[in-house]
Design a protein around this ligand. Structure first.
Ligand code: SF4
Ligand code: MG
Length: 328
């Protein structure tokens, strides 16, 4: 099917000052990212804090303009005049429902706000839409006139989901939607998101540092490191046979290492690099147990592997480091 969401060479560079008298330096938060999502797909976007995941989410929501590159929804570019129209089709669910819900507004006001912003319907039809949407997310009508502070964390996240869903979006950007919740509540919310996806044919970009969550929900996974997608693959492939050493390091940080693999264990001993002064060549080389001189000298290009993409010399047939059967 035609892609619902396409990112073409999207980049975002900020100028940041270090110290009081420091000169402003460029910080590339998102570096030449290209991604394609088909209808009903769930792309898990994983990476450490500061890798550019949230900046990418803001670009997709129209909250930040990319420095270069394009974002297309159903083949139409987001930007300029149609920004608002396309924004209706992409709705967010954020990590902390408490800070993203206005504490002074009732649940009815919060959930109906997107309709009012976009001038959709009259008061009666909006009220009906709010009641229907609350029901979809499993909230009773009696919450309509209550305030966020009167609800549990899980209920608040249901409100945030209702607010996103009331626009009948095609794409939902879920930025760590369960990270602030108790473990017992997390699975309820994940199940709800999955049910809603099936019912409405929604496409999700699911940003998370929690690989267990991603494995449960995603159809594809993109691994982000210093603003770049270093590996993108179907979810099974990534979890069974990660190609990029960084993807493996991420998996190892949650899974029990398997000594039978007979390969050096990737320990992310070195700190996450400063994005203002990224390491030369492959940005991952200071932390990579497989790094050689070529990694410091030359940035790896993206090569296709098993229905996915990976940026690592070990997978590039043109590199001296090429190891055709390399999986870490
Ligand atoms: Fe490691 Fe080199 Fe591959 Fe980068 S290109 S991930 S440093 S082996
Ligand atoms: Mg973030």
């Amino acid at each position: 099917s035609a892609p619902v969401l396409e990112l073409k060479n999207v980049a975002k560079t900020y100028r940041v000052k270090q110290g009081l008298f420091g000169k402003a330096k460029p910080l590339t938060a998102v570096n030449d990212v290209s991604l394609t999502l088909g209808r009903g797909e769930v792309l898990g976007l994983v990476g450490e804090s500061g890798c550019g995941k949230s900046t990418l989410a803001k670009i997709l929501l129209g909250l930040e303009a990319p420095t270069s590159g394009k974002v297309l929804v159903d083949g139409e570019e987001i930007g300029g005049q149609n920004r608002l129209a396309l924004a209706r089709r992409i709705q967010p669910i954020f990590q902390d429902p408490y800070s993203s819900l206005n504490p002074r507004k009732t649940i009815a006001d919060i959930v109906s706000l997107p309709l009012r912003v976009h001038g959709i319907g009259d008061a009666a039809s909006r009220a009906k839409s709010v009641r229907e949407t609350l029901e979809l997310v499993g909230l009773p009508a009696r919450v309509l006139n209550t305030y966020p502070s009167q609800m549990s964390g899980g209920q608040r996240q249901r409100v945030a989901i209702a607010r996103a869903l009331i626009m009948r979006p095609e794409i939902v950007i879920c930025d760590e939607p369960t990270s602030a919740l108790d473990v017992s509540v997390q699975s309820q919310i994940l199940n709800l998101l999955n049910d809603l996806r099936e019912e409405f044919g929604l496409t999700y970009l699911f940003i998370s540092h929690d690989l267990a969550v991603v494995e449960h929900l995603a159809t594809r996974v993109a691994v982000m490191y210093l603003g770049r997608i270093v590996e993108e693959a179907p979810v099974g492939g990534l979890f069974d046979a990660p190609r990029h050493p960084y993807a493996r390091a991420l998996l190892n940080s949650v899974l029990t290492p398997d000594p039978s693999l007979g390969v050096p264990d990737t320990q992310l001993g070195a700190a996450y690099p400063n994005p203002i002064a990224p390491p030369s060549g492959c940005h991952f080389h200071p932390r990579c147990p497989f790094a050689e001189d070529e990694c410091k000298a030359k940035a790896p290009r993206a090569v296709e592997r098993d229905g996915g993409l990976v940026e690592c010399h070990l997978h590039d047939p043109d590199s001296k480091m090429y190891r055709p059967d390399f999986t870490v």
